[in-house]
Design a protein around this ligand. Structure first.
Ligand code: PMP
Length: 442
């Protein structure tokens, strides 16, 4: 039995755990492949040991040894209000007292559904349990609607782990250097065409050759799984005109960007036929959703012939968390606060890069950013991959030692929340200055 002092500003709590970091890692290694339940959490690509987390509060994470970290993982996107937001937690507790799952229509689904439809302009949506389910089903729907089989995705964009989308994907796949996954039959992979991101000519060329066989183009509204790489205006214009001209659908993957940059969709692809959501709309509980115009969505079962189902879809705890989250975001002030802090962080990192004379650059969109270990910001995945990932690993380990928790991969995005403070950011920048010096020295 070990006890750990957990200090937060102005108070101290003593938590007692049965295990410490090392024991948890050892037990997990005997239970789970790679010791984790999702690959990036293993910290393999940064060469460190995974940090088991026992508690989160506002911008902070606490490990089982009692260390406190300033967190920029933000659970990989959902926690724009920080950890254990009181309003979200209270809503989950209230909902849990009424029962955790019913396998029936519930008022929470209607309330969250109405709010998402109002804020996004989507006519119909369906709730699922993950971003993976949302994109997988959106593609099934697009194939049914067009009677075509081929789906176009972009090199380095990640859309979850369904078979057909694990082709040249970013995120954990990029981290592990896998261009494909074993176990995906060639027949399935061959129905996914992969084009370079931010290359309108490649998109036009594809549609000139194979447009009549192509059901849909799926793209992240802002790529955030090759590190953060925004789309160029001419790429966005081509995405919205070229598939449509050939009778194909455009699927905007807003699993990260939906309700992250502003209240509703992020705005880069207003002409998308189908939109996938996740992360923030579930307030940190497992969620996904996809939606679009009624005529398309009515192809989904039981209204139409495209099958999709889920035992826990629209779960009352998840809906309650989502309603509370959107309620806290709807006046827009949290977006401004998180973005102001991210600008402060971006400026501080840029100064630290200059002072350390490091070959690095920063890209920021709203409250998201990535520090790339390459001298100029990348425009696509090929350029992102040129980053010095060994230097990123050294940087990451040095930041952990300074109690700053960054996403454990060069190819993930840092998330600033409205719960961070200026002193948190200043401490992060000071740590980054030292860590950059160490990362580039080696
Ligand atoms: N799409 C995007 C853009 C994502 O970033 C992710 C996950 N990070 C997914 C889809 C898959 O979501 P999930 O992990 O909830 O299945």
């Amino acid at each position: 039995m070990k006890s750990a002092k957990i200090a937060s500003p102005g108070c101290t709590r003593t938590a007692v755990y049965n295990v410490d970091n090392a024991e948890l890692r050892e037990s997990a290694a005997r239970l789970f492949p790679g010791g984790v339940n999702s690959p990036v959490r293993s910290f393999r690509s940064v060469g460190g040991a995974p940090v088991p987390i026992v508690r989160g509060e506002a911008a902070y994470l606490y490990d089982a040894d009692g260390s406190r970290y300033i967190d920029y993982i933000g659970a990989f996107g959902p926690l724009i209000l920080g950890h254990a937001n009181p309003r979200v937690v209270a809503a989950i507790q209230r909902a849990a007292r009424e029962g955790t799952a019913f396998g029936a229509l519930t008022p929470g689904e209607v309330e969250l559904g109405q709010e998402i439809v109002r804020a996004t302009g989507l006519e119909r949506i369906r709730f699922v349990n993950s971003g993976t389910e949302a994109t997988m089903t959106a593609i099934r729907l697009a194939r049914a609607a067009t009677g075509r089989d081929i789906v176009v995705k972009f090199d380095g964009c990640y859309h979850g782990h369904s078979d057909g989308l694990l082709v040249k994907a970013g995120s954990g796949v990029a981290t592990l250097g896998l261009s494909d996954s074993a176990g995906v039959p060639e027949g399935i992979a061959s129905l996914t065409a992969v084009l370079p991101y931010n290359d309108p000519a490649a998109l036009e060329g594809w549609f000139a050759r194979r447009g009549s066989e192509t059901a849909a183009v799926i793209v992240e509204s802002i790529a955030a799984n090759m590190g953060l790489v925004p789309p160029s205006p001419d790429f966005l214009a081509a995405l919205q005109s070229v598939p449509r001209a050939h009778g194909a659908l455009l699927i905007a993957d807003e699993v990260i960007t939906g309700f992250r940059l502003r209240y509703g969709l992020c705005g880069t692809l207003p002409e998308a036929d189908l939109v996938c959501l996740g992360k923030i709309i579930g307030g940190g509980l497992p969620v996904g959703a996809f939606g679009g115009r009624a005529s398309l969505m009515e192809l989904i079962a039981p209204q139409g012939p495209v099958y999709q189902a889920g035992t826990l879809s629209g779960n009352p705890l998840v809906m309650a968390a989502g309603i509370a989250m959107l309620g806290a975001l709807s006046d827009g002030s949290a977006y401004k606060r998180a973005e102001d802090l991210a600008v402060h962080l971006e400026n501080g990192l840029a100064a630290a890069i200059r002072r350390a004379n490091a070959s690095a650059s920063v890209i920021r969109c709203g409250s998201m950013l990535t520090l790339f270990f390459r001298p100029t910001p990348p425009a696509d995945y090929a350029q992102a991959r040129e980053s010095d990932t060994a230097a990123f690993g050294r940087f990451h380990r040095a930041m952990i030692e300074r109690r700053v928790m960054l996403p454990p991969s060069q190819f993930e995005t840092w998330f600033v929340s409205a719960a961070h403070t200026e002193p948190d950011v200043d401490r992060t920048v000071r740590a980054a200055h030292e860590a950059l010096a160490l990362a580039v020295q080696a």
